[in-house]
Every structure is written in structure tokens, then in C-alpha cells.
Design a protein around this ligand. Structure first.
Ligand SMILES: *Cc1c(COP(=O)(O)O)cnc(C)c1O
Length: 523
């Protein structure tokens, strides 16, 4: 083990044949180790040359800081290197294929970024009077119109800031619609395969969540759903295409049954990429659906955002949609901020979701994406995304069990399970070995209805060559796991960190840096 100048220790190599010899620095060729910035820069140093502050008479009543603030002091090159080295430890869509299922990690065209940085959009103050913001309002209106057209829906709320926020918006509109009739319903039905945000949103709105089982072919069990319906059911939350990568063929029958008991249909539209331009959810009886602009409409995501989750509404729910909204009146765009200002569609608005209009930068990116693809291009997005996923499904189903392969073609994502692996080998081993192959792992253990699930969404932006390389890597790893190759258990062996104790990291995260104990720090 090496202790370098700053007192920071690179990770010790593990025992065993797979261990690569340690280097003095902990670096592995171009893969550079990097300590915390506090370990790197002592608080006794500084990278800038500031004059001593003039003496002032404190007016803080004795509350002024008595000790140094403890910020690390780095020279400019040290600071630049620190952040550059950290950035190299990220996996990114600009580096390689990102197979995370349900996330639609597609390439983000640079044109979008150029447009979002136009000063007229980027520097506009949210309180600019509407006469000075006509271009921005026109753009919000344009994106909203495209989304309503693509989904076949009557109303839209542009302001929600992510998918989960959109779910909240949709369920608050459903609740407002029931309350307006004096009908305090208590139950929301959610399929077992739903994304965790669905039951969380329903519970947050005060509803009791009840699970709807799936059929053996991975879809919502229509008979079980209809059997559970009744006057206490406020609505259902259905993901279509669902998280098993399958189209819910019974969607119209589901919607008719829910409407017959006075409930509403919320559709989780996170998977819209598979059907955009091909299917209009409004034609399937959906009452509210969020659209993750940061998935289907390409804006970058991961690493914490930003997101944008506009919600489209049916005729029945549109009057309850939140404020504010943009409207075109006599060739001008107005921002309707109060319930009384306009009767059109929002006369019973349930309130606001956010202080201002939503994520303007995301709207600009989505508009650039829509306009550069055109309607025919967006349809091709869905077709190519589905083709890519089916290519992966059919190329690997001989080595990995594909639980719903018999249910017909998949939509935009391919689902595999750990059923075919040698005893003791799991989905985790496959994911860790993919890191050694230079890929971000797929989504693991989701959806929960499939044991050891591996959910792979290649998106339409990968070339056949890139898909073939990924398929080759996954095939090689899967064959090792089927053969019981013990070296797989050590993976990843080429990564800067090996297998971490993920449970401890989640349960006992170390979020505060503490200076090293004196014995270590003394030099
Ligand atoms: C991504 C996703 C969500 C949540 O969207 P966020 O923008 O992350 O809040 C909900 N449901 C499904 C199926 C998703 O894939």
C-alpha cells in the first residue's frame, strides 16, 4: 500500500490471480486516481494572491467567524486537473452505449444545445413582461401543441419538472375532478410492474395503492382489474408500453372499464419513445399522461437532471389542469396565471405546480428536436428504437432467458432474466462484468415481476455496429455465467473500484469529510 504526499491511500489490490500489480500512484495508465479535493489541497494554502483585508470594525455583534473556514487551497492547474480527472471517471452517453432500460438514454443532438444557449432564450428573466417574451411563449406554445397533437389529447400542463412531478400533476387533476363532484374516492390501482414513482405519487396524494397482478405474458390482467373496479376507485396508473417492454393491448378495454365506474386513466408516458408518431394515447382512452422530455425528446439526463415532464389531459380533465398556461389570442401569446383570466379549458385549475413556467431550456431542446425530425422523423424514432430492441432480444435469447419472448416482439426494450445462469451466478455478476467490457450496465432487478431482471433499452441512436459490439460483449459474459466461470465473481477487475459494499454505501453514506487523525496527518 502506498501513501502519497497528501496522505491519501489508493485502494489496495485484492488477493488472487486477478489482482493487477499496484502502481506507486494508484493510477492504471490513463485511468487516473483522484483523491477528494480536501485531501488534495491543504486549508493552509491558497491558489490566489489576495491583499490582506482592510481592518474593519465588526458589526456582527460578536458572531463573526473565529476560525478559518477550512476550504481546500489549490493552485489553478491543481483545480483544473482535479475536476478534469473526476469528469473522466464518469460514464456518459458521449462515451458509449448506455443500455439502461426505462431511461431512453439516446444521443442528444448538439443542435439542441446550440439552440438552448441562444441568449434570447437562455438569458430571459422569468418575470419579463409578456410583451418582451413573445418568442419564448410562442416556443412553449409550439412544444405544447406538438405534444397534444402527438398524443391526441385536449389540454396540457407544461410546468412539471420531471416524470414523477408530472405524475403528481396528473393525480392532483384527477383528485380535483372527483372533488368537484363531491366524490372523495380513496383508491388508485397500479400494476405490479409499475415504476416505483407510480405508487409513491398515489400515496403522496393520499390514496391507498392497490396492486393489479400481471398475466403470464407480462401484461396487466384485465379480468383481475375489472374485478377490483368499483365506486371507491379514483383511477388507475398504467405504463404503456409497460416496463416489461410490452404494449398493453387491452388498453382500450381497461379505459372503458375504468370510465364505466367513474374513474380516470393515468398513463405513465415515460416509454413514449416506443410509440411516438405511431400511437396516440388519447385514442386509447387515457385521461392524463406525462411525457419525459428528457427521455423521448432527447434532452440529456442522468447525474441529476434537469428534467421536464409536461402532462397532457383529456377533455374531461383539461379544466382541472394547473396554472399557468400559454394561450394564443389574436396572434399574441398570453400567459394565463389566474383561474378567472380565461375560461378556455382551465376554469377549475387545481393550483400551480411551480413558481414560473417550467424548464425553458428543456422546451427549447425539445422544440429543436421535434422541428429537426419532423413528424415523419419522430415516427421513425419509434420504429428504429423498437427494431434495435428486438435485434438485441433475438440475438441473445439463446444465451439469456427472455421471459416474455413468446409474447411476441418487444417494444423499445429487451427483458432478460437470470434463469439460465449457473447456480450461484446472478444478474449482478453480469452487470459487473459488463463494466470490464467498457459498458454501463443495463437496468437490473427492475421490473420486480421478473426474477433477476435485466432491462436493456438501446434506443434508435445506436448504429448496428455498436449494437453488435454490445451484443458480443453481453453474449461473452452470459456464456461465462452459464459455464460457472469463477473469475466472473471478481468482476470488475479493470475498473478503478472493485465490488463495493453497495448496501453499506446506501445505508451508511459517508457524506462529510473529516480531517485525517493527527497521527496520520503529522509529517
Ligand atoms: C423515468 C421513469 C419515471 C420517472 O421519471 P423522472 O423524470 O425520473 O421523474 C416514471 N416511470 C417510468 C416508467 C420511468 O421510466
Amino acid at each position: 500500500m502506498t501513501i502519497n504526499q497528501s496522505g491519501w491511500r489508493p485502494e489496495a489490490p485484492r488477493d488472487g490471480a486477478d489482482a493487477t500489480p499496484a502502481t506507486f500512484t494508484g493510477n492504471k495508465a490513463l485511468m487516473l486516481e483522484e483523491p477528494l479535493i480536501f485531501e488534495l489541497g491543504g486549508s493552509d494554502r491558497t491558489g490566489v494572491d489576495l491583499p490582506a483585508p482592510p481592518s474593519v470594525t465588526p458589526r456582527l455583534g460578536g458572531l463573526e467567524r473565529a476560525r478559518p473556514i477550512g476550504l481546500p487551497g489549490l493552485t489553478e492547474p491543481e483545480a483544473v486537473r482535479h475536476y478534469t480527472r473526476l469528469s473522466r471517471q464518469n460514464y456518459a452517453i458521449d462515451l458509449g452505449l448506455f443500455p439502461l432500460g426505462s431511461c431512453t438514454m439516446k444521443h442528444n443532438p448538439r443542435l439542441n444545445e446550440r439552440m438552448a444557449r441562444l441568449p434570447g432564450f437562455a438569458d430571459l428573466h422569468p418575470l419579463t413582461p409578456v410583451d418582451g417574451a413573445q418568442g419564448a411563449l410562442a416556443l412553449i406554445h409550439l412544444v405544447g401543441t406538438w405534444l397534444k397533437t402527438l398524443t391526441g389529447m385536449a389540454g396540457i400542463a407544461m410546468s412539471p419538472k420531471a416524470g414523477a412531478h408530472g405524475e403528481l400533476c396528473g393525480l392532483l387533476a384527477i383528485r380535483a375532478a372527483h372533488e368537484a363532484r363531491g366524490d372523495a374516492r380513496k383508491v388508485i390501482l397500479v400494476p405490479e410492474s409499475a415504476h416505483g414513482t407510480n405508487p409513491a405519487t398515489a400515496a403522496f396524494c393520499g390514496y391507498a395503492v392497490q396492486a393489479i397482478p400481471a398475466t403470464a405474458d407480462g401484461r396487466v390482467d384485465l379480468a383481475a382489474l375489472t374485478a377490483r373496479l368499483g365506486p371507491d376507485v379514483a383511477g388507475v396508473m398504467i405504463t404503456n408500453p409497460n416496463t416489461c417492454g410490452l404494449f398493453e393491448r387491452d388498453m382500450i378495454a381497461i379505459a372503458e372499464a375504468v370510465h364505466a365506474v367513474g374513474g380516470y386513466v393515468y398513463c405513465d408516458g415515460a416509454n413514449f419513445n416506443a410509440i411516438v408518431g405511431r400511437v396516440r394515447p388519447g385514442d386509447l382512452g387515457v385521461d392524463a399522461m406525462h411525457i419525459n422530455l428528457h427521455k423521448t425528446f432527447s434532452t440529456p439526463h442522468g447525474g441529476g437532471g434537469p428534467g421536464s415532464g409536461p402532462v397532457v389531459f383529456s377533455e374531461a380533465l383539461a379544466p382541472f389542469a394547473p396554472l399557468p398556461f400559454v394561450e394564443e389570442q389574436d396572434g399574441r401569446f398570453v400567459l394565463v396565471e389566474e383561474e378567472t383570466a380565461s375560461a378556455a379549458h382551465h376554469e377549475q385549475a387545481f393550483g400551480r405546480m411551480v413558481a414560473f413556467h417550467g424548464q425553458m431550456g428543456m422546451f427549447v431542446r425539445a422544440a429543436a428536436y421535434m422541428l429537426s425530425h419532423g413528424a415523419d422523423g419522430l415516427r421513425q424514432v419509434a420504429e428504429d428504437a423498437v427494431l434495435s430492441a428486438n435485434y438485441i432480444l433475438r440475438s441473445l435469447e439463446d444465451v439469456l432467458e427472455a421471459p416474455f419472448a413468446a409474447s411476441g416482439p418487444c417494444m423499445h426494450e429487451a427483458l432478460f432474466s437470470d434463469a439460465n445462469l449457473a447456480p450461484g451466478f446472478t444478474t449482478l455478476d453480469i452487470a459487473k462484468a459488463l463494466i470490464d467490457e467498457g459498458f454501463h450496465p443495463m437496468t437490473m432487478y427492475f421490473p420486480l415481476v421478473v426474477h433477476g431482471a435485466m432491462l436493456i433499452e438501446p434506443t434508435e441512436t445506436e448504429s448496428k455496429a455498436a449494437l453488435d459490439q454490445f451484443i458480443g460483449a453481453l453474449r461473452s459474459v452470459a456464456e461465462r455465467a452459464r459455464a460457472g466461470d469463477a473469475t466472473l465473481k471478481a468482476a470488475p477487475i479493470h475498473a478503478p473500484r472493485r465490488r463495493l459494499d453497495e448496501t453499506a454505501a446506501a445505508r451508511k453514506p459517508v457524506l462529510v469529510w473529516k480531517p485525517a487523525p493527527l497521527a496520520d496527518a503529522a509529517e
